[in-house]
Design a protein around this ligand. Structure first.
Ligand code: FMN
Length: 322
């Protein structure tokens, strides 16, 4: 199955939207192409937590190149907390309900499954670092879980049978990593609530927000440089639910992945950079051609292209990109 990242839950002007004729046709064509290859397609439903109106004041600086893309990202990250904290409860409820509408449209376009992106707006609401609200969406862990729970419930209500995966972004507490997501000590509150709302599997990762190299760690990362770097969070979630768990993060070698599956640390594995390095990874692994795989070196050159809006290019794809 391919999980398509960041499918927006609200109508939007930038990029494909499920709500426009053109955007819908784009997703439909994609689903057809994926199905033709015998593969399934999952829509990662996502809502940005960037304050677009707040961005306007930085535009002159960006246009005159006084503010770089990295600086803009940092400035926007600084606004996440106040933005999330200041949204009216009515607006929040509109957004969570839109997860249901978006899921319905995604299924109509041909997606087989949906994933709720537990980072971004969902993660900011979950996080004690960003969410300073004093209403029913803030304060206690139970209240901070409400955004995600309502989003999942809206999907479940609209589509009683659809599998709902939840990309569970975990904040590591010692040493501290991650800002938007669920602190390790609060997983025992969030996981049962999300399960009760209708989640059918968890896709477990580290929470990010701002520091891409922590959620997509390079091989030389001080704490997450190992293969299967986030599996310890899967172990924690495993103790809280009987639902299937998908691991992600540095799952590079098929033998390593097989071991984790055999030990039931995970029920399924997600690969991102490994598939950029070698899109034929699954076919080669299944047919025993493991030696023929171009193994991801976790050098993160792919992120350079992504951050400069030139596409995520791998060193195996274009040497001149380096
Ligand atoms: C180019 C690129 C784009 C990504 N886009 C998304 C995304 O849209 N949504 C998401 O949840 N994660 C995204 N990720 C993170 C991956 O889903 C994954 O969690 C992370 O890369 C760690 O897995 P890996 O070691 O297999 O690369 C992206 C990663 C890369 C390299």
């Amino acid at each position: 199955m391919i999980i398509l990242g960041d499918v927006p839950v609200l109508p939007q002007k930038f990029g494909p939207s499920l709500y426009t004729k053109k955007g819908f046709a784009f997703y439909q064509a994609l689903a057809q192409a994926v199905h033709q290859e015998g593969c399934l397609l999952c829509a990662q439903l996502h809502q940005s937590d960037s304050n677009i109106k707040g961005m306007v004041k930085y535009l002159p600086g960006v246009l005159t190149k006084k503010i770089s893309h990295d600086q803009l990202r940092e400035l926007l990250n600084q606004e996440v907390g106040p933005y999330i904290t200041g949204l009216s409860a009515q607006r929040v409820s509109q957004i969570t309900q839109a997860f249901g509408q978006a899921a319905q449209l995604a299924v109509q376009a041909g997606f087989d499954m949906v994933q709720v992106h537990g980072d971004r707006m969902c993660g900011s609401f979950s996080s004690p670092y960003f969410n300073r609200r004093t209403d029913q969406y803030g304060g206690s862990a139970r209240n901070r879980a409400r955004f995600g729970v309502e989003a999942v419930s809206a999907i479940r209500e609209a589509l009683p049978q659809i599998p709902i995966d939840y990309k569970l972004a975990v904040i590591q507490e010692d040493p501290h990593y991650g800002k938007a997501g669920v602190p390790e000590s609060e997983l025992s509150v969030f996981v049962p609530l999300l399960e009760k709302a209708g989640v059918t599997s968890f896709h477990v990762t580290l929470a990010d927000h701002g520091k891409l190299s922590d959620t997509i760690p390079p091989k030389n990362h001080p704490d997450f440089g190992e293969e299967g770097c986030f599996l310890k969070f899967c172990d924690q979630v495993r103790s809280l639910t009987r639902l299937p768990i998908c691991g992600v993060g540095g799952l590079t070698h098929p033998d390593f992945v097989e071991e984790q599956l055999a030990q039931r640390r995970i029920d399924c594995a997600a690969l991102s950079r490994a598939l950029l390095a070698d899109p034929a990874w699954p076919r080669k692994a299944f047919s025993g051609q493991v030696r023929g795989i171009n193994f991801c070196r976790r050098c993160n050159q792919c992120l350079k292209g992504m951050m400069s809006h030139q596409g995520a290019r791998c060193i195996f794809e274009k040497e001149e990109f380096l």
